[in-house]
Design a protein around this ligand. Structure first.
Ligand code: NAI
Length: 296
């Protein structure tokens, strides 16, 4: 496996490109928006500089990593020679199905098609292709260059060879694989996202403020980040999309998203990526938001 294509250059896509390129793979970064590609390359450069400052890599490795990346705005050109495609586009079923239909027709026959989806069924994604045995979930964690875990999800038709190839590749890029079945939210988000939703419900009910909720979970449960800060970091739109998948998939009201989360996403307060969520990031720092919506 030499050539890897990554679809989407957003929060996750740029990190996935970074890690593969740093490990010597030729990577095509594909996004429909040229400005996102520019932003992704700037983020990768900034993160490589941070690794240099920390003494993790040298200047030569930075240059080598950047030289392994090519960019495209067109799926057909970007995936032409790929041995593996990792899709990290927007968490929306129709967008993903549309991308996988294209990948199936443009990628070469043996190419493995992986999705970084947080929650969408790998079986459903595989079903729109003529190669469901080669479709798999490769769920990286945010921030990708730092986080060790890759949750690997086998769809109903994913074959053993594909699971083994992706498990081996995960280890080759210095990550730790953990394999799960294809159930809504897999393991990571089935456990994490209801906790985040419960934190938002508690805020909405006025049980405690943003800072208190995050402090309790950070210091009381030894979480590195409180659930509300984590939600901002993941993206509130992504959290909401995952709750919808859990709610629809299990038909259990316990997964219903809180009204506050729905309102914040509708209003465009998506967390770090929009500059404001449960905290305000518009000044380059993490500041508390004074809002009557976050009642006490
Ligand atoms: P994002 O919104 O930051 O980036 C998505 C990118 O996909 C955008 O740049 C958009 O222009 C691009 N895109 C949309 N349609 C496209 C198409 N047809 N072709 C090429 N590019 C297209 O989203 P983010 O957060 O990076 O999420 C990407 C995937 O990773 C989602 O499936 C999400 O559930 C998953 N994920 C997100 C995590 C997070 O912490 N944000 C963690 C783990 C997985």
């Amino acid at each position: 496996m030499k050539q890897i294509a990554v679809i989407g250059g957003g929060t996750m896509g740029n990190g996935i490109v970074h890690v593969f390129a740093q490990n010597g793979y030729q990577v095509s970064l594909i996004d429909v928006k040229p400005e996102i590609i520019e932003k992704a390359l700037a983020t990768i450069t900034k993160n490589l500089d941070r690794q240099i400052t920390k003494g993790v890599i040298g200047e030569e490795q930075k240059a080598a990593t950047l030289s392994n990346i090519k960019t495209y705005t067109n799926i057909a050109d970007g995936v032409e020679n790929a041995d593996l495609v990792v899709e990290a586009a927007t968490e929306n079923l129709e967008i993903k199905l549309n991308i996988f239909r294209q990948l199936d027709s443009f990628a070469k026959p043996g190419c493995i098609l992986a999705s970084n989806t947080s929650s969408i069924s790998i079986t459903k994604i595989g079903s729109v292709t003529n190669r469901p045995e080669k479709v798999i979930g490769m769920h990286f964690m945010n921030p990708v260059p730092v986080m060790k875990l890759v949750e690997i999800i086998g769809g109903y038709k994913t074959d053993k060879e594909t699971l083994e190839t992706i498990t081996t590749l995960t280890k080759a890029i210095g990550k730790v694989p953990a394999v799960t079945q294809d159930y809504p939210g897999f393991i990571s988000n089935r456990v994490l996202i209801p906790m985040i939703n419960e934190a938002i419900l508690s805020l909405e009910e006025g049980v405690a403020g943003v800072e208190e909720i995050d402090t309790i979970m950070k210091l009381g449960m030894a979480h590195p980040m409180g659930p509300l800060q984590l939600a901002d970091f993941i993206g509130l739109d992504v959290c909401l999309a995952i709750l919808h998948v859990l709610h629809d998939g299990f038909k259990n009201p316990k997964y219903a998203p809180s009204n506050l989360l729905v309102n914040m996403v509708t209003a465009g307060d998506l967390g770090v990526k929009s500059g404001r969520g449960f905290y305000d990031y518009s000044h380059g720092t993490k500041d508390l938001v004074v809002s009557p919506k976050f009642s006490r």
